[in-house]
Design a protein around this ligand. Structure first.
Ligand SMILES: CC(C)(COP(=O)(O)OP(=O)(O)OC[C@H]1O[C@@H](n2cnc3c(N)ncnc32)[C@H](O)[C@@H]1OP(=O)(O)O)[C@@H](O)C(=O)NCCC(=O)NCCS
Length: 190
């Protein structure tokens, strides 16, 4: 590298650096700027779109039904017209899924309610903000459908996540056979 500089430009890396950047501060600012641009571009290549129930299975299966038969990923109501499934893609690869079922829970008064089911982010993509994006997108969808109440049966391990998203618990924990302890959570958008 140094030889190249000396031969071709009569520049050493140091003099090159000095010519390119006025000082170290400018160099660091440039690095920070490039880091920010890269982060922004990475965010832009994540997108959420409607998918079919079947398309959720590659995420539902390893995350929610590991070691169970693939058929266990099929939920009642998956193919109803009122049900919608969203997939979050990163670099065109499916990383997370969420499904919304129009389902009234008698614990709540609201006329039109949506139940979240099959909320899952692939292990290698967890804690990157994808779950939050899927929730925000779903809340927008429900508002567009004139529904202001979302509820679901939350797994014990996910309660902290939903609380961060502004959801509240309702009632006492209960057991869902073969899946584990759950508790009802909800959010009412005014
Ligand atoms: C729960 C789950 C959907 C969260 O998705 P995620 O993409 O990992 O979450 P995010 O990165 O968007 O997290 C958003 C915030 O919640 C926090 N969070 C994420 N998972 C959490 C958890 N299990 N407990 C407490 N907080 C959690 C994050 O730290 C982040 O907080 P911050 O904004 O202060 O940094 C995902 O971890 C998952 O698929 N888990 C296994 C399956 C599951 O439990 N699904 C829910 C069934 S009810």
């Amino acid at each position: 590298m140094q030889v190249f500089f000396l031969k071709n430009h009569k520049l050493t890396p140091t003099t090159f650096f000095n010519k390119a950047y006025k000082n170290h501060k400018e160099f660091i600012m440039k690095l920070l700027y490039l880091y920010y641009v890269e982060k922004t571009l990475k965010k832009m290549i994540q997108n959420i779109k409607k998918i079919t129930a079947l398309e959720t299975f590659p995420v539902r299966h390893p995350v929610l039904r590991a070691e169970k038969p693939i058929e266990s990923c099929r939920f009642d109501g998956d193919i109803l017209e009122t049900t919608v499934h969203f997939g979050l893609y990163e670099n065109k690869n499916l990383a997370g899924v969420i499904s919304l079922f129009e389902e009234k829970n008698d614990l709540f008064d609201a006329e039109k309610q949506f139940q979240i089911r099959g909320m899952a982010v692939l292990k290698q993509h967890q804690r990157k903000g994808f779950g939050e994006k899927l929730i925000i997108n779903s809340e927008k969808y429900c508002m567009d459908q004139n529904s202001n109440l979302i509820w679901f049966n939350a797994r014990k391990e996910a309660v902290g996540f939903y609380k961060k998203m502004g959801y509240q618990v309702k009632g006492l924990p209960f057991e869902i056979k073969d899946v584990g302890e759950h508790i009802v959570m909800f959010k009412k958008n005014e």
